[in-house]
Ligand binder design. Sequence first.
Ligand code: ADP
Length: 375
Amino acid sequence: MVKLIRRHLSWKLFLSYLIVILVGILVLASAAEFAVPTAFDRHMSAMAQMMGGQMMGMGMDLYTNFRSAVTEALALAGIAASLAAVVVSLFVSRRVVLPVQEMMAASQRIADGHYDERVGVPGDAATDELDELSRLALSFNQMTDRLEQTEARRLELIGNVAHELRTPLSTIKGYMEGLIDGVLPAEATTFQQVYREADRLEHLVHDLQELSRVEAREYELNPMPAAPARLVEAVVDRLGRQFDEKGVALQTDVPRDLPSVRVDADRIGQVLLNLVGNALQYTPSGGRVFLHARPEGDWVRFSVQDTGVGISPQHLPHVFERFYRVDKSRSRAGGGSGIGLTIARHLVESHGGQIEAASDGPDRGSTFSFTVPVA
Ligand code: ADP
């Protein structure tokens, strides 16, 4: 019995009602034991005075009757209250215990890997009239949503990584087989091809490491006031020569009176480098890349505009997704893994800003822009 009570909320509820009833009856009975005789005596002596002593004999009888009537009434009240306790505890435990049991079973199924499990939310979430249990059910479901998304992303990531690794690995294997069979000549160009694929693999692994660090937010952000002009200069210094070599013009425009921004200069420098690097990669020689910064309320917007290959509307919403490449062969040939923009978006969002892509379509150039807060 004790075990039953320990393990079931409904029994605990019932027992608590029963204790309240018992204490009530006990207090009532002892109060009656004390109060009734004195009250009765007082009443009887008053009556006896009025009726001249004829009542004395009847007094005792009347008292015994009255006492047993009180005891009977108490017993009846006790039974009725206990029945009420049974009914009420059944009703309450239905409302309390059932949802808890449902959540218990659901969490067990989730632990077994069934992430699509949800529990019913009693009450109407829209009217905001939810008790603690309903809110618990609501946050339980939210937690399960997150778990399901995380699991889906994990599976997707494993699939993507396997896919990304397969191409360079099978190319390397192909070259090696050719070398072993004597089909390919053992000369510098062959070795260089193998080296290039190995290099690509190394790049990919590096990008993946960076992505997992950024997505898990395993990096420190040290936001400090920085002049937008300095951030832009740093990128021009790094990539200027590559622009010259490819024959793409790089123009910048950063107004002198632009306020400082509050950023981690290394991280935002990385974002700018990625956007300008992409613009260079996807703009044929003879083209132009325009990098500028403008104030926008409490923000400064950096934009990288190019006259390159552009992005068609159906691809545009996806370019920030992991491993998304519009033209897989072209991007891969350029060493692209489709991770750069995903990392850029994380970094901008960790500063509270937003990053966007726009394009009028294929061969009509693209514009990537992002905001960072004013210092
Ligand atoms: P990648 O390393 O492949 O360049 P990103 O994440 O940097 O990966 O970019 C994702 C995809 O977005 C690219 O593969 C490319 O198709 C497209 N893209 C990015 N920047 C530009 C741009 N300036 N012009 C045209 N397409 C672009």
